[in-house]
Design a binder for this molecule. Structure first.
Ligand code: C2O
Ligand code: CU
Length: 492
């Protein structure tokens, strides 16, 4: 379940490029203080083939990075600088977004907003510092509902200087696929039904690009499992059977170690969780990991298969808390307050009902008036969008900012999901604390970059807007994003 790391360039190459980097900088030319931290990678986005379904099915045509599914794991140390040359071998434009990494705006990979898309045959080089340690991932931001859906994604791991002690540190990139009976990719990407409902949920679930069978473990072993949901639309709710997973990070950011609520590790699209899993069952036994998120659609994801020989008799008692990342603490007293409302989904009476009543209260300023106005609502629906943020359906990545946040100030955004659907809401360029759900303070005030909103749920998030630029805010169900559920906020 692990795959080789991307080969970093040789020391000779990096010294040469490091010298170029530090020319004119304050460091003396021979100093490696900064140069030692530069890591160079190449990623090639292009068509490939992958054995998604188990034999005797054949392989499946995909789009992927480096000819592999998932793309190669980029793994660096916190504080290092990454330089990643992305070559586009697809027949269409692409970009790469470094999901969850707090990068400068120009490196954020949003087509037309932060960069020109990378044309077929061209290369674009991204460069940024790994400010935060944690579990991140990369994917295109151009027609993501198809590019990600066909397999363009990969993990990006930033190691702590002093990581928690474990026997194995593993990454599971979760995804799903809509395959035909002969294991071909169904190419109904972006169809209207998916856009209007819960997105492109597939019929074949994979871990690291393959339908898993068993996952070998040993009694007494401690694993740090980095879970990444790279699916377009599927939400996972993982039950590890008799094991008691401890969540130590969410969306890459350390959290007070805790047992997941109801024993389920829930991951909306784009979300990550780092869990500590102690292998506490008997040697020689098997324990299933079950995905229970959708009622009546539970299935066995994989079996943890215990070796006959234990590694140790009892779980180790090593500490599991991670060191904090350098995030600025928002000041809730002085914070500016903003409101964002998500609407849409099914057309017609149901939406009208949602909007007509109390659901209008979450909308801000002038939009508040509009929400109560049925005439305006009808216009909104006839505009062609399916999903709306504060009454606007995005048609591309370039639009007027829906919010302008004063730079270096604290902000609280009260978000209302006025729909009957789940939405994983992602903000670019920042991590935020989730401070309340439906008016109740959250027990862990977790830092996230993507927060899963249940139907009708109200959530408050808080952060310091310390990263200047125009940033996306969108639903990470990629069909919802494509059907309008996307906006821009400006930090200035
Ligand atoms: Cu994972 Cu706007 O993206
Ligand atoms: Cu959504």
């Amino acid at each position: 379940m692990s795959y080789p790391r991307l080969p970093a360039l040789t020391r000779r190459t990096f010294l040469a490029s490091a010298a170029a980097l530090s020319a004119g900088a304050m460091l003396p030319p021979q100093s490696n203080a900064r140069a030692a931290g530069l890591r160079e990678f190449r990623l090639r986005a292009g068509p490939g083939r992958a054995q998604i379904a188990p034999e005797p099915y054949g392989d499946t045509a995909v789009w992927c990075y480096g000819g592999r599914l998932p793309g190669p794991e980029i793994r660096v140390r916190q504080g290092e600088r990454l330089r990643i040359a992305v070559e586009n071998a697809l027949d269409e434009e692409t970009t790469v977004h470094w999901h969850g990494l707090r990068v400068p705006n120009a490196m954020d990979g949003v087509p037309h907003l932060t960069q020109a898309p990378i044309a077929p045959g061209e290369t674009f080089t991204y460069e940024f510092d790994a400010v935060d340690a944690g579990t991140f991932w990369y994917h295109p931001h151009q027609r993501s509902f198809e590019q990600v859906g066909r397999g363009l994604y990969g993990p990006l791991i930033v190691e702590e200087a002093d990581p928690v002690r474990v026997d194995r540190d593993l990454t599971w990139v979760l995804s799903d696929w809509r395959l035909t009976e002969t294991a071909e990719m169904r190419d109904d990407f972006g169809n209207r039904h998916d856009m209007m409902h819960n997105g492109r949920v597939g019929n074949t679930v994979t871990i690291n690009g393959r339908v898993p069978d068993i996952f070998p473990v040993r009694k007494g072993e401690r694993i740090r499992l980095r879970l990444i949901n790279a699916a377009n639309a599927r939400i996972f709710g993982l039950d590890f059977g008799s094991h008691g997973p401890v969540v130590i990070a969410l969306d890459g950011q350390p959290v007070e170690p805790h047992a997941p609520q109801d024993g389920l590790v829930v991951l909306g699209p784009a979300m990550r969780a780092d869990i500590i899993l102690d292998m506490t069952a008997d040697a020689g036994s098997r324990v299933s990991v079950t995905d229970r998120f959708y009622k009546d659609l539970e299935y066995r994801l994989v079996d943890l298969a215990y070796d006959d020989r234990p590694l140790r008799e009892t779980a180790p008692d090593w500490p599991v808390a991670l060191p904090p990342n350098p995030l600025l603490e928002p000041d809730l007293i002085s914070a500016a307050r903003h409101k964002v409302t998500f609407n849409g989904g099914m057309m017609g009476a149901m939406v009208m009902q949602e909007m007509g009543g109390s659901m209008g209260e979450g909308s801000s300023g002038a939009m508040g008036g509009m929400m109560g106005n049925m005439g305006a609502m009808v216009d909104m629906m006839h505009s062609g969008g399916i999903w709306f943020i504060n009454g606007v359906a995005a048609e591309g990545h370039v639009m007027d900012p829906m919010l302008t946040l004063a730079r270096d100030k604290s902000h609280v955004i009260a978000m209302t999901n006025a729909t009957a659907w789940h939405h994983p809401i992602h903000l670019h360029g920042h991590s935020f604390r989730v401070i309340s759900r439906n008016g109740e303070p959250t027990p862990h005030r977790e830092w996230q970059d993507t927060v899963l909103m249940s139907p009708r749920e109200r959530i408050e998030i808080a952060f310091v807007a310390d990263n200047p630029g125009d940033w996306m805010l969108h639903c990470h169900i990629l069909e919802h994003q494509a059907a309008g559920m996307m906006g821009v906020f400006r930090v200035a």
